[in-house]
Design a protein. Structure first.
Length: 135
């Protein structure tokens, strides 16, 4: 029998420095990735394998908000301040996942576009102690 589960985007939360971020754009709300693989391998001419562990704990979390989100100004101010903050993204439904870290900074204020449609504001967090946790 096949495994099934239900995902609900309404159960996804993003918490930055204790503040729940709201007003996500349509489509991808939060993207997260580790900046480097956990190890690198080399194989000798005779087939011996060497493994070099990478101790890089950096990761990047990208957040996409609607321009009218009440948190655009907050994240722009945070970027301008250079303040280090915790950032955690979490899916709170079945197969819950949590990603982020206790030390992160917003790389820069969002690019701005004014149009005849609602545009998006994208923020990148550099997470210095990036981790991914399961249920």
């Amino acid at each position: 029998m096949a495994n099934t589960y239900t995902y609900d985007a309404a159960l996804v939360t993003l918490v930055v420095n204790g503040r729940f971020i709201t007003g996500f754009a349509e489509g991808s709300m939060v993207e997260a990735e580790k900046d480097e693989d956990n190890f690198e391998t080399k194989v000798s001419a005779q087939g011996d394998v060497g493994i070099a562990k990478r101790n890089n704990t950096l990761g990047t979390i990208t957040v996409i908000l609607m321009q009218g989100s009440p948190d655009v100004l907050y994240l722009n101010a945070l970027a301008n301040s250079g303040q280090m903050v915790p950032v955690w993204a979490q899916s709170n439904g079945e197969n819950a996942e949590k990603v982020g870290g206790t030390q992160a900074m917003v790389k820069k204020p969002a690019d701005v576009e004014f149009s005849d449609e609602i545009s998006e504001r994208e923020f990148e967090f550099q997470v210095f102690d990036y981790t991914v946790q399961g249920n």
